[in-house]
Design a protein. Structure first.
Ligand SMILES: Nc1nc2c(ncn2[C@@H]2O[C@H](COP(=O)(O)OP(=O)(O)OP(=O)(O)O)[C@@H](O)[C@H]2O)c(=O)[nH]1
Ligand SMILES: [Mg+2]
Length: 352
C-alpha cells in the first residue's frame, strides 16, 4: 500500500542531506579565494578524517563532527518537497483535507528539530507514521459492548444496523460478523431487511444455513423496519445476544432512500450503526460516509475489499472525515476474512 511512499521519503531525505553537504555559495568571491577556501575545507576534512581514524577525538574535532552530522530542516526545504508528498498521498486515495492535515502535522513535527543527517529519512518516516496513527481513531471492541448490554439488561439483545451504498459488501460483512461473534460465544440473529434487491433474502438464507444462524425475513417489498423489529422480538424471546440488521444498498444522494434508513433506525433503535464502505473507492467513500452520518449518525466503519486495495488512503480519509473509528477491514470473501482494525498494523502496511 501507499505505493512509492518509502522511495519518495528516501529520495527526499537524500536530497536534503545532499543540499546540506554542499559548500556555502561563494559566487561573489574571486575564484582564487574560492579555490583557497576549498583547499582549506578539504584540509580540515582530511585532518578530521585522520583524527577519526586515530580516534583522536578532541574538542575541535568532535565539535566539527557534530556540525557536519547534525542538521535541521528549514521551512523552505520542507515546502519544496512536501508538495510531492501531498500528491503521493492524493494518488493513494487520501482525501484532500486529510492530505493537507497530514502535511501540516508533519511540518510541526520536523521543522527546526535538530536531527542527525543520517537519520533524516527515518525522522520523516517516523513523523509521518506518528501523524497518521494520531489521525486514526482508536477502534472499540464490539464484543465487550455486546456483553455489557446483555449483562446490564437481561433479554435485551445488542442491535447493529449495517448501512452503505449498493454492493459495498454489507451482506457478506454481516455474515462475517456473525461468524466472528460465534467464535466469541456470542449468539446472533440476522434481519433480512433488504426487501428490495432481487435474491437478497436467498443470499442471506444461504449464509444462515452455512453459519447455523437464524435469518428473520418477510416477503420482498415488505417494510424493512418491520423486519428489523421482528428480528429484535425473536432475539428477546430466544435469548439471542445480538441482532444484525442487513439493509438494501442505497445511494447516499437518494433522498427518499435516506429517509427510509432514518425510519429503520428510528424503529429499531440500534445500539450501533455501522457504515460499510469499500477500501478501493477513496473520496467517494468519504462522501458516502458523511451522508449516512448526517442522516442517522454513524458510530463505526467497516471497510470491505481491503484485500484488493493497493492504495490504503480510504481508511485514513473516511475515519477522519466523520471522526469515527474503523472497526474492521474485510480482507476476502470467506467468513474468516475479517480483521479487527489495528492502527499500528495499518501504518506498517503503508510501509512506514
Ligand atoms: N475481495 C473481497 N470481496 C468482497 C469482500 N466483501 C464483499 N465482497 C464481495 O463483494 C460483492 C458484494 O458483496 P455483498 O455483500 O453482496 O454487498 P452488499 O453491500 O450487500 O450489496 P447490496 O446488497 O447489493 O447493496 C460480493 O461479490 C462479495 O463476495 C471483501 O472483503 N473482499
Ligand atoms: Mg446486501
Amino acid at each position: 500500500m501507499f505505493k512509492f511512499l518509502k522511495e519518495k521519503i528516501a529520495g527526499w531525505a537524500k536530497k536534503i542531506s545532499k543540499d546540506k553537504s554542499e559548500p556555502e555559495k561563494t559566487e561573489s568571491k574571486p575564484k582564487s579565494i574560492k579555490i583557497k577556501e576549498e583547499k582549506t575545507q578539504k584540509e580540515k576534512l582530511k585532518k578530521f578524517e585522520h583524527a577519526e581514524e586515530t580516534e583522536e577525538k578532541q574538542g575541535f574535532f568532535s565539535k566539527l563532527k557534530s556540525k557536519i552530522s547534525k542538521t535541521t530542516i528549514s521551512d523552505e526545504e520542507f515546502d519544496s518537497y512536501s508538495e510531492e508528498l501531498q500528491n503521493l498521498l492524493l494518488e493513494n486515495n487520501v482525501a484532500y483535507e486529510v492530505a493537507e492535515k497530514i502535511i501540516l502535522e508533519l511540518r510541526k513535527r520536523i521543522i527546526g528539530k535538530e536531527i542527525l543527517k543520517k537519520e533524516i529519512e527515518s525522522e520523516i518516516r517516523d513523523g509521518l507514521r506518528d501523524t497518521i496513527e494520531e489521525l486514526l481513531i482508536e477502534p472499540f471492541d464490539i464484543v465487550s459492548r455486546i456483553t455489557e448490554k446483555n449483562l446490564a439488561n437481561k433479554n435485551e439483545p445488542y442491535v447493529i444496523l449495517f448501512v452503505g451504498i449498493n454492493g459495498t459488501g454489507k451482506t457478506t460483512t454481516i455474515a462475517k460478523i456473525a461468524h466472528y461473534l460465534k467464535g466469541k460465544n456470542i449468539s446472533s440473529v440476522i434481519a433480512a431487511a433488504d426487501t428490495f434487491r432481487a435474491a437478497s433474502i436467498e443470499q442471506l438464507k444461504k449464509h444462515g444455513e452455512k453459519l447455523g444462524v437464524k435469518i428473520i425475513s418477510q416477503q420482498y417489498g415488505a417494510d424493512p423496519a418491520a423486519v428489523g423489529f421482528d428480528a429484535i422480538s425473536y432475539a428477546k424471546k430466544n435469548h439471542i445476544n445480538c441482532v444484525l440488521i442487513d439493509t438494501a444498498g442505497r445511494m447516499h444522494t437518494a433522498k427518499n432512500l435516506m429517509k427510509e434508513i432514518e425510519k429503520i433506525a428510528n424503529v429499531c433503535k440500534p445500539d450501533l450503526k455501522l457504515f460499510i464502505g469499500e477500501s478501493i473507492t477513496g473520496n467517494d467513500s468519504v462522501e458516502q460516509a458523511k451522508s449516512f452520518n448526517f442522516a442517522i449518525g454513524i458510530q463505526g466503519i467497516i471497510l470491505a475489499k481491503a484485500d484488493v486495495d493497493e492504495k490504503g488512503g480510504t481508511a485514513l480519509s473516511v475515519g477522519y472525515a466523520i471522526k469515527r473509528p474503523i472497526l474492521f477491514l474485510g480482507t476476502g470473501q470467506e467468513y474468516d476474512k475479517l480483521e479487527p482494525f489495528n492502527k499500528k498494523k495499518f501504518s506498517e502496511k503503508l510501509g512506514l
